[in-house]
Design a protein around this ligand. Structure first.
Ligand code: XIL
Length: 374
């Protein structure tokens, strides 16, 4: 008996020594008592076309979200015709790895199927028609993954920077009511799913005021809302981190979880959405080439001082998240490695950016290596 025991102990020790090498601490393990560590996955990833990416996602992350394949125009491109293939694979990918899966996004003005808010003559539909389409869409999508998706970004980006409502088709047709309706439909479809509202520039005072009011109003009406998503597409010169922190605190004061839902930090000069982006398209080819030299400044790699500044600022951002870990339930990067980040093409195409947790060679960025080595 004793001999059998010692043999099996020896076997266990050998297996352990084997599987533990090479010993690379996982980011998700470091943060396990703080919050989930997530990443947005493109379709090519869940289709097995990025094996290296797969190994880092499987090791370091415990939460995923669909980068595109659950958006309205992708999943219901024509009325009543659903394209489930990629979304099904994404949900299964998460389940196979024991990850938390978030659904993104049910009601959003962007990547909205052209038919969704229009009639056959191209005019906006009536409130009754839009309500039915919203309800049918939400019931179909949320219903399909009932019990398998932890929570949904129910409404995405409904508010402008100054706190006013975006004049989206949803707002034009239904007014402010489209938000409570979307939350009601989502709750009907999966009463156990968590429900979130999500937006960018959440550090701005206008957005802060608007979202605290929206969330409190939903709660007063007895509607379910669990989380406020701060997308956090940030840069080297914005946001002011004190304002950002203030937003985390104020959103948490509503009783909702705060989620960092789409984190990335551009290392490139900030492009003004209105002025710069508008004028770029009016330029001649030659002018554009010249302008790009000032906007795409590191096509061949980040200079050391810029890389250091980027890593230092990301370390500061992570320290803020840790400090408020009692309020934050998930920190999700919008992508995994720099080469596939949407920021290479936004707000203007043709740039080489460095915004994510892993570099183009799939190496973990230094700020995070330091954090997890502690
Ligand atoms: C982006 C995707 O990353 C791109 O691939 C796509 O072309 C456009 O949308 N806010 C959101 C995300 O809520 O869905 C957006 O994702 C980025 C901004």
């Amino acid at each position: 008996m004793k001999r059998i025991l010692s043999l099996s102990l020896l076997a266990a020790a050998c297996t352990h020594a084997w599987s533990a090498s090479p010993a690379q601490p996982a980011v998700k393990d470091h943060f396990k008592n703080y919050f989930l560590i997530g990443t947005a996955l493109p379709v090519r990833h869940v289709n097995g076309l990025d094996p290296k990416g797969d190994s880092i996602v499987s090791l370091h992350f415990n939460a995923i979200v669909a980068e595109n394949c659950m958006k309205n125009a992708e999943i219901q491109p024509e009325e009543g015709k659903f394209n489930w293939t990629d979304a099904d694979k994404l949900v299964k990918y998460g389940e196979d790895r024991g990850m938390t899966v978030t659904g993104h996004a049910l009601i959003w003005h962007s990547q909205l199927a052209p038919w969704f808010a229009k009639d056959k003559d191209g005019n906006l539909v009536s409130p009754e028609v839009l309500k039915k389409r919203m309800r049918d869409h939400i019931h179909a999508v949320v219903g399909r993954y009932k019990g398998r998706i932890k929570g949904w970004d129910v409404v995405n980006e409904p508010i402008e920077d100054d706190g006013s409502y975006r004049k989206s088709p949803f707002y034009q047709i239904l007014g402010e009511e489209f938000i409570p309706l979307a939350f009601q439909y989502a709750h009907e479809a999966d009463p156990d799913a968590e429900l979130y509202i999500n937006d960018y520039s959440m550090f701005l005072p206008g957005k802060r005021r608007a979202y605290v009011k929206i969330v409190n109003d939903l709660k007063k009406r007895g509607l379910r809302i669990d989380g406020i998503g701060m997308q956090s597409h940030i840069g080297m010169d914005y946001p002011d981190l004190a304002e950002y922190e203030k937003s985390i605190e104020e959103y948490a004061s509503t009783g909702c979880q705060v989620m960092i839902t789409e984190l990335d930090m551009s290392a490139l000069p900030t492009v003004q959405m209105g002025a710069d982006v508008g004028s770029i398209w009016k330029m001649t080819r030659e002018e554009r080439r010249e302008a790009m030299k000032k906007l795409n400044v590191y096509p061949d790699g980040l200079p050391e001082d810029v890389s250091k500044a980027w890593n230092d600022r990301m370390a500061q951002v992570m320290a803020i998240y840790k400090k408020h870990a009692d309020k934050i339930s998930r920190v999700t990067w919008w992508g995994t490695h720099d080469g596939t980040s949407w920021k290479n093409g936004f707000p203007i195409p043709g740039r080489t950016d460095y915004p994510l947790l892993f570099d183009r060679d799939y190496n973990l960025k230094p700020f995070m290596q330091e954090i997890i080595a502690q």
